[in-house]
Design a protein around this ligand. Structure first.
Ligand code: WT7
Length: 646
């Protein structure tokens, strides 16, 4: 048993066994780290990472810019690979489970991973990639993706990974903004027993970008069209290079990667992460939050296309020299017990997944778990959106058999690594509550006047100086956007766009986004980006995309569309709109429903009042409609929504 129930409240505490085993189990860590957060992070960075040259200054701030470990020289690839090889070269680094059941798992040891990474770094150099260049990566979950990322890091190139289920257009926008000259992709991959032709999407994205060379992983047997002079197979390139490649010495604040995330405007933002700061927060949160020791096996189910994949399926576990599992395919293929099978097969000790997956499994039923031995599990983790009480209980009781703590980690693409969560050896584990800020991180919840909220009132979640080492350093090529989005709502703090409140004495419960983005199956989507896709359809006059609560996905997008005169509402037209969103963003953004309306509630200045539509859709109080330009539209809309969505 790793947890015990509190005798009075519905909360849990680490058992004495857990306290004994845990890396940290003394409550004092919080107060002590906050006495001097800079010292806390510097001590850990010194102790836990290898530096070619130590830093001159630990922390500097010229709001909103800040730097960690200035003058220090470090390389992420060295910290993830080279330094483990001497003592642990034969230890598995990656256990890769392909989707087809006939295909056997593949194990890459630290020796293997280092060798492949060095070779691929030489491939990149041969293709002309230099320090500071951006490299686009559009790959499925096969070890090539970690190799490609670590190879970039090795030579100081900046990787920009794009989720493989994003559409060509989404890829194109990101390749153009990042000015990538090279793209690494695959001819395809397996998903739910089907072959997905990734090469076709990659090809369609390339016109109008600066991409000159494409490296193609041959995951499928088929030759899916190679353009001579531009496209090269990964394996063929790897045959022709040496396996020796030293690491570029990077100044700690130099860029490690870009990762695009959705914002409140139609254009995704290129979130910039640095090297040393990002690496220490990734290292320490992986080690402490999942209490990982050298024999443990860690599995984070996130795709590499998201920050969770970057940090917990690459840099975090590998910098710790741990063994991690990665899986290519769908959780319910060939049967809905695939995840439980994988946990049993590889004796996974810590399992990190998302509420949307938990809701899906809960609906499928516990019969799929019962035939599997999940006793290797010690820690369960969740991320991506607020977890509801039913899902928390199901995860705790059915998956963890009431033995394992649930580590509910709040963070964002922007924070680079976990920021708020309980620690396994300290607790408490409170259903639906993330917990306290990780040691060394200063968070607060503000009311409208920028003061700490009183009692259990909801307010805005902010981070205070010294800013966490993993926090973003910019929006690529857009310092104005960086300032406006994160640093302008209150003086001197980072604004997260999440609502939150304090419960149980300084523990934080995150209630969700307060800006115009929505979480669909844990994926952050911008309503403006979806609206742009819809508005580009000939015949659409204007529209509003609204999140509708959904039992499995958390939210699904519903589009309210006003047509131009002379255009007729029809099912075909609704389908054209749906396809346009799919094509521009990807299948995850597909609207659940298109509802044609004649008008929408508007302010006198002509702005659609989305908050009001959202309230009607989720059955909440509508609020004051008297100041609207068209107050009658509200009753009309209520009826339409009742008819179409109930
Ligand atoms: C948004 C960030 C964090 C990596 C994956 C998503 C929501 C995330 C939690 C949690 C409540 C959460 C927030 C946040 N979120 N984790 N444990 N409890 N909400 O990264 O796509 O940048 O999304 O996800 O709303 O702002 P992202």
């Amino acid at each position: 048993m790793w947890v015990e129930k509190d005798s009075k409240k519905n909360i849990y505490w680490p058992s004495s066994e857990m306290k004994k085993k845990a890396h940290v189990s003394d409550e004092k860590i919080y107060d002590e780290s906050l006495k001097d957060p800079v010292k806390f992070w510097s001590n850990h960075a010194k102790k836990s990472l290898n530096w070619f040259k130590s830093w001159e200054k630990d922390y500097e701030e010229d709001f909103p810019d800040f730097k960690w470990f200035s003058g220090g020289k470090i390389n992420a690839s060295f910290n993830c690979l080279d330094r483990h090889v001497e003592n642990n070269g034969n230890k598995p680094a990656i256990i890769w489970e392909p989707e087809p059941v006939e295909e056997k798992e593949q194990i890459l040891t630290y020796n293997d991973l280092l060798q492949e990474t060095k070779k691929f770094a030489n491939v990149l150099k041969k293709l002309g990639v230099k320090k500071g260049d951006t490299v686009g990566i559009y790959l499925p979950m096969t070890p090539h993706v970690q190799i490609a990322m670590l190879a970039c890091a090795r030579i100081g190139a900046i990787h920009s990974v794009v989720f493989s289920a994003f559409s060509s257009e989404a890829l194109k926008t990101r390749l153009i903004d990042a000015e990538s000259k090279i793209l690494i992709t695959a001819n395809g991959y397996w998903r739910r027993g089907k072959k997905i032709n990734l090469k076709k999407s990659a090809d369609a994205a390339l016109p109008d970008t600066k991409v000159q060379k494409v490296v193609v992983v041959k995951r499928l047997e088929e030759d899916l069209g190679m353009k001579s002079g531009r496209d090269f197979y990964w394996d063929e390139l790897m045959e022709k290079v040496s396996d020796d490649c030293s690491c570029e010495e990077m100044e700690s604040n130099e860029k490690l990667f870009l990762l695009y995330t959705s914002g409140t405007t139609g254009k995704p933002k290129g979130v910039v992460h640095d090297t040393g700061g990002y690496l220490i927060q990734s290292f320490l949160t992986t080690k402490w939050n999942f209490d990982l020791h050298s024999d443990d096996v860690f599995w984070c189910t996130a795709d590499i296309g998201w920050i969770t994949g970057h940090t917990y399926s690459c840099y975090g576990p590998l910098s710790n020299g741990l063994t991690m599992v990665i899986y290519e395919g769908s959780p319910d293929f060939p049967e809905p017990d695939r995840f439980w099978k994988i946990i049993e097969k590889f004796k996974v000790s810590a399992f990190y997944t998302a509420p949307t997956a938990i809701r899906m499994f809960a609906r499928l039923g516990k019969q799929f778990l019962e035939k599997h031995d999940l006793s290797s599990l010690k820690i369960l983790g969740t991320v991506g959106e607020p977890i509801d009480l039913d899902s928390w209980n199901w995860f705790f009781e059915v998956v963890g058999k009431k033995r394992c703590p649930i580590i509910d980690t709040w963070w964002q693409t922007e924070t680079g690594a976990n920021v708020i969560n309980a620690l396994p050896g300290i607790g408490p584990f409170i259903p639906t509550v993330a917990g306290r800020p990780f040691p060394g991180i200063v968070a607060d919840i503000f009311d409208d006047s920028g003061k700490t909220v009183k009692n259990e009132k909801t307010g805005d979640l902010v981070l205070k100086s010294p800013f966490p080492p993993g926090l973003l350093r910019g929006v690529y090529k857009n310092p104005e956007k960086f300032k406006d989005t994160y640093w302008s709502d209150y003086p001197d703090v980072y604004y997260s766009s999440d609502g939150a409140k304090f419960v149980f004495n300084k523990n934080i419960r995150v209630t969700g986004r307060i800006d115009d983005v929505m979480k669909v199956a844990g994926h952050l989507l911008s309503t403006a980006e979806m609206e742009n896709a819809i508005n580009s359809c000939a015949g659409v006059s204007e529209c509003a995309v609204i999140p509708k609560p959904d039992k499995i996905k958390g939210f699904v997008p519903v589009a309210f569309v006003i047509l131009k005169k002379n255009f007729k509402k029809s099912e075909e037209f609704a389908d054209t709109i749906v396809q346009s969103v799919r094509k521009t963003i990807g299948p995850i953004a597909k609207p659940y429903k298109i509802i044609f309306v004649d008008e929408l509630p508007k302010t006198r200045s002509g702005k659609i009042v989305r908050r009001m539509i959202r309230n009607i859709v989720s059955g909440e109080p509508i609020g004051d409609s008297s100041t609207l330009e068209n107050p009658n539209s509200v009753n009309f809309l209520k009826k339409v929504i009742e008819r179409e969505l109930k």
